[in-house]
Design a protein around this ligand. Sequence first.
Ligand SMILES: Nc1ncnc2c1ncn2[C@@H]1O[C@H](COP(=O)(O)OP(=O)(O)OP(=O)(O)O)[C@@H](O)[C@H]1O
Ligand SMILES: [Mg+2]
Length: 266
Amino acid sequence: MIEDPLIDIKNATIYRGRTCVFEDLTLRIDQCEPTAILGPNGSGKTTLLKVINRELYPVRRDDSWVRILGRENWNVWELRSHIGIVSHDLQASYRNTVSGLHVVLSGYLSSVGVHGSLARRISTDQTSVAKRVMQMLGIDSLIHTPLNRMSTGEQRRCLLARALVHDPDTLILDEPTAGLDLAASFDYLARIRRLITAGKNIVLVTHLLNEIPPDIDRVILLRKGKIVADGTKSDVLTEKNLSRTYDIELRLAKVDNYYLAYPTNG
Ligand SMILES: Nc1ncnc2c1ncn2[C@@H]1O[C@H](COP(=O)(O)OP(=O)(O)OP(=O)(O)O)[C@@H](O)[C@H]1O
Ligand SMILES: [Mg+2]
């Protein structure tokens, strides 16, 4: 059986407020195709993830579509069991006093935190799964800890657990290591690598080339809402492509299937 692509975008025009971020965007990402998306600030990376996650819709037109897993229409609930998301935005939207467990449980409600009557919609089975996922990610000690007493890395792991409660096939990660120290970033990346090995698909947005796990082989470069390069990592991550994307001169090093960009002296 041929699987529907994770995302199939055809000629899409997508606005954020009054800003036209993408005009006639065409892009396909398959279900078992871990992919990294890179590009300068404001190039449209988060916007693209929000389109995949059904937070943003394209302008309606006859010759244009955005299909997620083969369908144009989804209810958010149903989509959550297929696609989990971890982002900066999401982390910032939580109240500081919400506990680690409630952040994770909120994944079941597609909401931010578990308050009042919402708490009654959580079953004991769901609570057990949430605790198990927290244990798997090494954050079971944070079950009762409020967010404002956690480090950024601990908060980020709670959000990863939140995305994993549904055991989704795909995880969408928007700068998942932003603000984490080296050890926390590497720990997070090791967990992501294990998830890829376990068969999860990953769509990763990052600013750091060295944080593209070797297991991700497709890279898309975005610049001002246009795809400037798309292909295998070794074809796309070249000094020429990156210089063109970021409008700067740079040098590129490759060690053990990891890449690193650094400035030229000139
Ligand atoms: N809520 C919003 N309302 C209006 N315009 C927005 C909004 N959010 C983003 N934009 C605009 O949309 C464009 C793309 O933004 P987007 O957040 O997708 O960029 P990005 O590639 O994720 O950047 P960064 O690397 O800084 O996260 C930018 O020009 C930005 O100013
Ligand atoms: Mg962004």
